[in-house]
Ligand binder design. Structure first.
Ligand code: C2E
Ligand code: MG
Ligand code: MG
Length: 432
């Protein structure tokens, strides 16, 4: 938005606030309620970036023209931001407002023909119904918040204030942050802002049994933590492209290591969203084919959340993975949705104990008891046990004594760029 647009947006917000004030005063007088409907186009930034601002403007003008007959006589409409409209509908209760919002959503979705382009935009819509004596600012904020909740459900959604999954201002802040991360992810995808770093996993005998591939995202010189961007990528579906990227890059790097004389496995993280898709094994086959690496040098790390419900597609994917010769490990074990019953059904050869059990060692004797019990259980199921997040020698000592087979953690090495891994492996093999 340029400065004139933002000024217009401000004035419109102001105007809409005044209308809300007037309606609130009237509502108090005649005990009639009214609705605020906050409509925000989904991915409008992408339309602007892909086709230019002139097309973006045309989309908005077209929609405003289409809204007119539907809105006329029922509500007052203002454009309060680049792609945001607020409607104030006197006399509307929740059911009527939901019906009205559904009509608006249908209007937005009708194909828009602009020159040779056909666009099918969608909108996220939040609704708030005025409560007795509620001040207009709070009311508008509730509608805005509901709209963000609709957006964070993936867009093309209508949510009534009070039905949002995350209550309060915190939710608004989180939703805004998620949106900004989502747009960063798209930008980073277009500009090659992703890469993998590798963290060694050291066997009790001192050899490097594997390296874990961990995704890094850098945009405009700023690093964004995977703890922040992976959950957003999972929510928005971007994880499918990121997952394909890490499968391919990870497999290529396993091949590079092999060619340099290191039979070191590369462990690649796989999200639930990838594994529930029937296309997953295709992506895996493609990565194996392109890299021409032996499948036994690839391991896939699956998080425990997969255990929540193992659908037929997931079962089928797991079977096909094993059939390729790629191995499986269970990541972050012990903090998520551990289900011992399904543990026996997952054909994994490795179990990775979550860092939460390790950081409290050696002092926390109860945590150590859990580590020992899980290690024994894992061994009985034919699995090897890796402890994640080891930062000091005392932790390593108690873990190895508890029977853990391998260690991963900053004590040995932090995740490093691919260019540093080979020299690191070389230096390490000299030490053994
Ligand atoms: P994870 O798979 O459990 O990876 C281990 C995380 O623990 C990494 O965090 C690693 O840097 C960190 N770590 C390892 N040793 C230590 C230690 O001694 N101390 C501390 N404080 N931390 C340690 P990172 O790289 O920030 O990744 C976080 C999570 O993001 C990963 O947890 C994984 O769940 C996810 N992730 C990373 N890359 C990918 C990816 O390519 N695909 C998917 N689906 N998820 C990924
Ligand atoms: Mg992992
Ligand atoms: Mg882990």
């Amino acid at each position: 938005m340029n400065s004139v647009d933002s000024l217009t947006g401000f004035l419109n917000r102001f105007g809409c606030f005044h209308t809300a004030m007037r309606l609130a005063a009237e509502a108090t007088g005649n005990r009639q309620t009214f609705a605020v409907i906050w409509l925000d186009l989904d991915r409008f930034k992408q339309i602007n970036e892909s086709f230019g601002h002139l097309i973006g403007d045309e989309v908005i003008e077209n929609l405003a023209t289409r809204f007119r007959p539907c809105v006329s006589g029922r509500a007052e409409i203002s454009r309060v931001g680049g792609d945001e409209f607020v409607l104030l509908a006197p006399g509307f209760d929740r059911t009527q407002a939901l019906q009205f919002a559904a009509e608006l959503a249908d209007i937005v979705q009708e194909p828009l023909h602009i020159g040779s382009l056909t666009l099918r935009p969608t909108a996220s819509i939040g609704i708030a119904i005025h409560e007795p004596n509620e001040d207009p600012l709070t009311l508008l904020e509730r509608a805005d918040h509901a709209m963000f909740a609709a957006k964070s459900k993936g867009g093309n959604n209508i949510i009534c204030s009070g039905d949002e999954p995350i209550p309060g201002r915190l939710g608004v802040t989180l939703a805004r942050e998620e949106l900004s991360i989502e747009s960063t992810l798209h930008e980073a995808l277009e500009t090659g802002g992703f890469c993998l770093h590798y963290q060694p996993i050291i066997h009790a005998d001192g050899t490097v049994e594997a390296v874990e591939a961990l995704m890094r995202c850098k945009l405009n010189g700023e690093n964004i933590s995977p703890m922040k961007f992976i959950p957003v990528a999972e929510k928005t579906g971007v994880i499918i492209r990121l997952g394909e990227f890490s499968l391919l890059q990870g497999a290529m790097h396993a091949r590079t290591l092999h060619d340099a004389g290191h039979e070191t496995k590369v462990a690649i993280n796989v999200s639930r969203a990838q594994l529930v898709s029937p296309a997953f094994t295709q992506a895996l086959h493609a990565a194996l084919l392109c890299s021409n690496v032996s499948p036994n040098l690839i391991e896939l790390e699956l998080t425990e959340s997969l255990f929540m419900d193992i659908s037929d597609t997931v079962q089928q994917n797991l079977k096909e993975i094993i059939a390729t010769g790629v191995s499986l490990s269970i990541d972050d074990f012990g903090t998520g949705y551990s289900c011992l019953a399904s543990l026996k059904d997952i054909p994994a050869g490795k179990l990775k104990l979550d860092r939460a059990f390790v950081t409290v060692l050696p002092d926390d004797r109860r945590a150590l008891s859990v580590v020992k019990a899980v290690t024994q259980l894992g061994h009985e199921l034919g699995m090897t046990i890796v402890a994640e997040g080891c930062e000091n020698q005392q932790q390593i000592d108690v873990l190895l004594e508890a029977g853990v087979d391998a260690i991963q953690g900053f004590f040995y090495a932090k995740p490093m760029p691919d260019s540093e891994l080979l020299p690191w492996l070389k230096a390490r093999s000299h030490k053994i």
